[in-house]
Design a protein around this ligand. Structure first.
Ligand code: BGC
Length: 733
């Protein structure tokens, strides 16, 4: 449809019809036999309001959505199609590794592929919009939602934000297999105080601009069609009612012209935040902030008509919002084809297709981080006498808490993966997954918790038998998948006691233990380290986790992941990042001085830093050569190293570039990543890796509030983790 026709349609719509476009409900309101009376009353909605709704969320299935759309469009006075949205994060049914793991691949192509597979499956089941990517910067491992982010680094997050948007949307939203991306959660949601979900966020304006905004900006520049507001306050204003944030920063400064949607219930939560006394005031604030769609609360639907008729809210604000929603429907081609790609046939052929499963397995293999590997304990040999022990050994729930459409029966577990690889081994569960179900009671159906607790001793005995009879033990430990994700903050980020007991007991009878660590967040694994010869962090690897891990354990895949988020020494260090700031009393790790910036009882350094990860082979990196020693305004500089595979098997290394601005008008991070490249090398092979560093990339918010560089000395490092000391110097003119 031409924009002119859209405007004409808008001009024909009544106030009520326009307000309807702003309402988003769950699908059960529209499903035949759906339980609507109660919820409708709760939301103050009439049957008439229902047939004016603009979008629905969380319902999937090609046939179901086709029926809903057909009935709806018949009843709608202008036959305007509904938008169907859902949370498809790391996959619809073919589940890729969680985003935090994807970040650890240091290969944005992994996320681009993941997003395009997710888009293809979503489109096939009738969806038009996914509530992804989440590009919130995360530095606090207590926060459960770190699993949905690609990690702690500004530069890394930007690359992955762009890749995901491109993967979901392609170049044309109406093209087959594409869905609209919704960037979330604007803004700063990844920094809740004390790591507690939904808590207030306190960021200095400069930190917000230089560290938190860039990934959202990159996603917007990549063309993301929607943005979602965040639950948190920023500078003491909840985002959903924050006009400065949404209009001045997001729309005017960042140039976002798509649809802004509230997070679930966030418009009405302005009342709970106590910046609005009533739903009506919440509606006014959100409208003024430019929130187009209200997810799941009825402030707009019940108060906007009055606000407009009494002249408190200009009707032009409503018109702008409706036009943006109609434009999105139009870009998706829904006026011509309201079902888009959704069809039963597509659903059968596309979802869980062989290609998708292969892509998920390849992705998983890129994301594993080898944290420890004493005496080249890994890889294992299939002929070794092995035991696979641990509550994650045969656990299908290894796809992360946000895989809401996934089915455990689609997962290939580690046990199955090792069987398929042709290994013979004894399997024993060994221990319950958790010590208790505190806060997770609603997931008890998914976990035979009580039964395992009753049989705790028997499980251990069986495991010890298996361990005694084996030469080597693979111990599959980690977090239950619901221990991370939304509303899953943790104050203690160690492994459950029962799993640590299992590790200790097993290692008493067999000290040849490799730990495979499943997790949705960085953990404090100090208690694991002394008992494990090897530790392979596999995150929540997704549907094809089992075969991917098996191939890695047996050396068919050489681990190449690097930590996208530091593993802290203990929870006392968080939030932590390698990109710290100098202080007036920085601590070198050695000095015995008291009045320096350190803890009395724990080190400053994390257990494993950002960018760290081992391989089954070894690499050398030559000293850095620079194309010149000065960088001019708008200019660039080339920095090169030669990387060599010095071991005896093929491997991939992630070459990382960091810089430090030695002196600035404001303090500058001790290091910041400004480039990375993953290279594949055969034994003995070497490759030159050249980065082009631009002056533009080095700009920051100066004391005057401009985005600029300042003349002076810079240090640059190129190496294989954020702690590399392979440096060179140059000057910014
Ligand atoms: C989450 C969002 C999600 C939305 C819809 C909220 O609770 O914060 O990330 O997209 O629900 O399911």
């Amino acid at each position: 449809m031409e924009t002119k026709a859209l405007r004409e349609l808008l001009s024909q719509m009544s106030l009520k019809e326009k307000i309807g476009q702003l309402l988003q409900l769950t699908g059960n309101f529209f499903e035949e036999g759906g339980e609507i009376t109660g919820p409708m009353q709760d939301m103050n909605l009439t049957e008439d309001d229902l047939w004016l709704t603009g979008s629905i969320l969380g319902t999937v299935g090609a046939e179901k959505l086709r029926k809903i759309q057909e009935t709806f469009m018949e009843k709608h006075p202008h036959h305007i199609p509904l938008l169907f949205m859902a949370d498809v994060i790391n996959g619809y049914r073919t589940i890729f590794p969680i985003p935090l793991a994807q970040g650890s691949s240091f290969d944005p192509a992994v996320s681009r592929t993941g997003a395009s597979v997710a888009a293809a499956e979503s489109a096939a089941v009738g969806l038009h919009v996914t509530f992804s990517p989440m590009v919130d910067l995360v530095r606090d491992a207590r926060w459960g939602r770190v699993m949905e982010s690609t990690g702690e680094d500004v530069y890394l997050n930007r690359q992955f934000a762009r890749a995901q948007v491109e993967g979901y949307q392609g170049k044309d939203l109406s093209a087959p297999g594409k869905v609209a991306a919704c960037v979330k959660h604007f803004a700063g949601y990844g920094a809740p105080l004390a790591g507690r979900d939904y808590n207030a966020v306190e960021l200095s304006p400069r930190t917000f601009r230089d560290d938190y905004l860039p990934a959202y900006k990159e996603a917007v520049d990549a063309g993301a069609a929607l943005v979602m507001t965040s639950f948190n306050t920023l500078d003491r204003v909840p985002s959903t009612g924050n006009k400065t944030l949404m209009r001045d920063i997001l729309r005017d400064e960042m140039g976002f012209d798509g649809v802004l949607i509230s997070d679930w219930g966030a418009v009405e939560e302005l009342v709970r935040h106590r910046i609005a006394e009533t739903r009506k005031e919440a509606a006014r604030l959100s409208m003024e902030a430019g929130v187009d769609i209200e997810m799941m609360t009825p402030c707009y639907s019940s108060c906007l008509e009055e606000l407009i008729s009494e002249g408190t809210v200009a009707e032009s604000l409503l018109d702008e919002a409706v036009l943006r929603i109609l434009e999105l429907k139009n870009k998706l081609g829904l006026f011509e084809n309201p079902f888009k790609d959704g069809s039963a046939e597509a659903e059968n052929t596309v979802v869980l297709s062989k290609e998708h499963l292969e892509a998920a397995q390849n992705a998983a293999e890129q994301t594993f981080v080898l944290l420890k590997n004493d005496d080249a304990f890994l890889p294992l040999c299939k002929k070794d006498k092995l035991a696979l022990i641990g509550p994650h050994g045969d656990n299908p729930l290894i796809y992360g808490a946000w895989s809401i459409f996934a089915s455990p029966k689609d997962t290939v577990t580690l046990r199955q993966g090792m069987e398929q690889a042709g290994a013979s081994f004894r399997y024993a569960k060994g221990s319950p997954m958790l010590d208790n179900l505190r806060g997770l009671e609603m997931f008890k159906e998914q976990l035979p918790f009580e039964q395992d607790l009753e049989q705790k001793d028997a499980l251990l005995q069986e495991a010890l038998e298996a361990a005694k009879a084996a030469d080597k033990v693979v111990l599959a430990l980690g977090e239950f998948n619901q221990q991370s994700g939304e509303a899953a903050s943790r104050g203690d980020i160690t492994l459950p006691r029962c799993q640590l007991d299992l590790l200790r007991e097993v290692s008493k009878v067999n000290e040849n233990v490799a730990v495979v660590l499943f997790t949705g967040r960085p953990l404090d694994i100090r208690e694991v380290l002394p008992y494990a010869k090897s530790i392979l962090c596999v995150w929540q690897p997704g549907t094809m986790g089992g075969p991917a891990i098996a191939r890695t354990l047996f050396g068919d895949n050489n681990p190449s992941g690097k930590l996208s988020m530091s593993f802290p020494w203990s929870v006392g260090q968080v939030p932590i990042t390698y990109a710290q700031f100098p202080t007036g009393r920085s601590f070198d790790g050695e000095s015995k001085e008291k009045y320096v910036s350190k803890y009395l009882d724990i080190p400053n350094k994390p257990l494993f830093p950002f960018g760290f990860g081992l391989s089954y082979t070894t690499f050398s990196v030559s000293p850095v050569t620079l194309s010149g020693d000065t960088l001019e305004k708008d200019g660039s500089l080339q920095a090169s190293v030669t990387v060599k595979n010095t071991g005896d098997r093929e491997g991939q290394e992630v070459v990382q570039l960091y810089v430090r601005d030695e002196y600035g008008s404001v303090t500058r991070p001790v290091r910041e990543m400004k480039g990375f490249r993953k290279v594949t090398l055969q034994p003995g092979e070497e490759a030159e890796v050249t980065f082009t560093l631009t002056e533009k990339e080095l700009r920051f918010t100066t004391i005057n509030g401009e985005k600029a560089t300042e003349p002076g000395a810079m240090t640059l490092w190129i190496g294989t983790s954020s702690e590399t000391d392979n440096s060179a110097a140059f000057v910014i003119k």
